[in-house]
Structure formats: structure tokens, C-alpha cells
Design a protein around this ligand. Structure first.
Ligand SMILES: [Zn+2]
Length: 53
């Protein structure tokens, strides 16, 4: 039986998330966004370019 499920359940849900303003998909917090999470609006460079095009 799995042993590492204890304390792991719901871990993903504890991360902040918000919708991409371009495609509307939920973006889950990433470590690379730690510094500028408040300013992140796009889930990817493709969305950023699509919005700015
Ligand atoms: Zn997007």
C-alpha cells in the first residue's frame, strides 16, 4: 500500500491558482513565478504573445 499519501492529499490544492487572461485556463503557482506571481497574467509565452499581438 502507498505510504506517502499521508499528508500529501490536497497538497496541490494548497497552491494558489488563477486563470490565464488569454486562454482562461487555470494556472497553478509555479516556483519560477514566486517572485512575480501577482504580475503573472499568462500561462505561457504563447498566450502573452497572442494577447499582445
Ligand atoms: Zn493561457
Amino acid at each position: 500500500m502507498p505510504r506517502d499519501t499521508k499528508g500529501f492529499k490536497g497538497n496541490k490544492q494548497s497552491l494558489p491558482a488563477k486563470p490565464c487572461v488569454a486562454c482562461g485556463r487555470d494556472m497553478v503557482w509555479r516556483k519560477s513565478w514566486a517572485k512575480n506571481w501577482a504580475e503573472v497574467k499568462y500561462c505561457s509565452d504563447a498566450c502573452r504573445k497572442a494577447k499582445n499581438a
